[in-house]
Design a protein around this ligand. Structure first.
Ligand SMILES: [Ca+2]
Length: 280
């Protein structure tokens, strides 16, 4: 079976330019550089190779793939924040969309999900409800972000509309899939497909859900990845809100960082719903 290897790089500039994906290449890289050593907040911790399983050629609806190997690790936090997190003014936020160990990211994780992790090159957890997302953050000693925190982190210090600026650039984030995955998978536009959005194969289609941090331009000035697109992200808003759009759409309910879906309560889940955590 082919494998994908990557090198985790924690230097912000290098990370933006270099999320390394090399097929089946022997790996002896060191991600360290003099620049890394100069900054206490930017320390390369994982320069080892990590073999990522290749997706199955066809999706088995009964399978529960576990695509996140144990060699995926959280980078050190910045500004005194916990591992995997970035300091944004008065709070910390996960650098990446959350991933979970021991459960399939393509299935609802159940009422007691494992602790949320913030790791590069992970398949982030979809199919999760707002309540389950909050529980996964709590299990990690974190919490869901407030709407205000989430938007501040996405818009950056200059309060831009998109993580990368004020001009939309389709495809810089994972936001430009031309065909709805349910239309593609079920082969029809009959509205009944929209009652089957928990199907595990939807986010296993080619060119659907991306691993975290693999769109190098989809990052804020403060180093937070994938806030726009890839998966929607639950916030702590009690009535149920998820933000940022997903891999098909980052426009219908607002542009980029302004995107907010409020049509579902905290018990809802589908293939597009993910999260990340905040902390004080
Ligand atoms: Ca996202």
């Amino acid at each position: 079976m082919p494998v994908v290897r990557f090198v985790a790089v924690t230097d912000a500039a290098t990370r933006s330019a270099l999320v390394v994906l090399a097929f089946a290449a022997a790996c002896s890289d060191s991600a360290s550089s003099p620049a890394d050593a100069a900054s206490p907040d930017d320390v390369a911790v994982d320069s080892s190779a990590c073999e990522l399983p290749a997706p199955a050629a066809t999706c088995d609806p009964a399978a529960k793939p576990l695509p996140n190997p144990s060699c995926l690790v959280e980078e050190p936090g910045t500004g005194g924040c916990p591992a995997g997190m970035v300091r944004i003014a008065t709070f910390c936020i996960d650098r990446y969309e959350a991933s979970l160990d021991g459960v399939s990211p393509y299935w609802n994780p159940g009422a007691s999900p494992p602790p949320a992790k913030s790791r590069a090159n992970a398949v982030p957890q979809g199919y999760i409800s707002g309540r389950q997302a909050a529980a996964a953050c709590t299990a990690a000693g974190k919490r869901l972000c407030t709407d205000t925190e989430w938007q501040r982190a996405c818009r950056g210090p200059l309060s831009t509309t998109y993580p990368y600026g004020n001009t939309r650039m389709p495809g810089v984030c994972n936001d430009a899939r031309s065909k709805h995955p349910a239309v593609e998978y079920f082969g029809t536009t009959d509205p009944v497909i929209y009652s089957m959005l928990g199907h595990p194969c939807l986010s296993q289609l080619p060119s659907s859900l991306d691993r975290t941090g693999t769109n190098p331009g989809c990052v804020t000035a403060e180093g937070v990845f994938d806030m726009m697109g890839n998966l929607h992200e639950w916030t702590s808003a009690a009535a149920g809100t998820f933000r940022g759009g997903f891999y098909v759409d980052t426009m219908i309910n607002g542009n980029g960082c302004l995107y907010a879906t409020t049509a579902h309560d905290m018990g809802h889940s589908d293939y597009s719903t993910g999260f990340r955590c905040c902390a004080d």
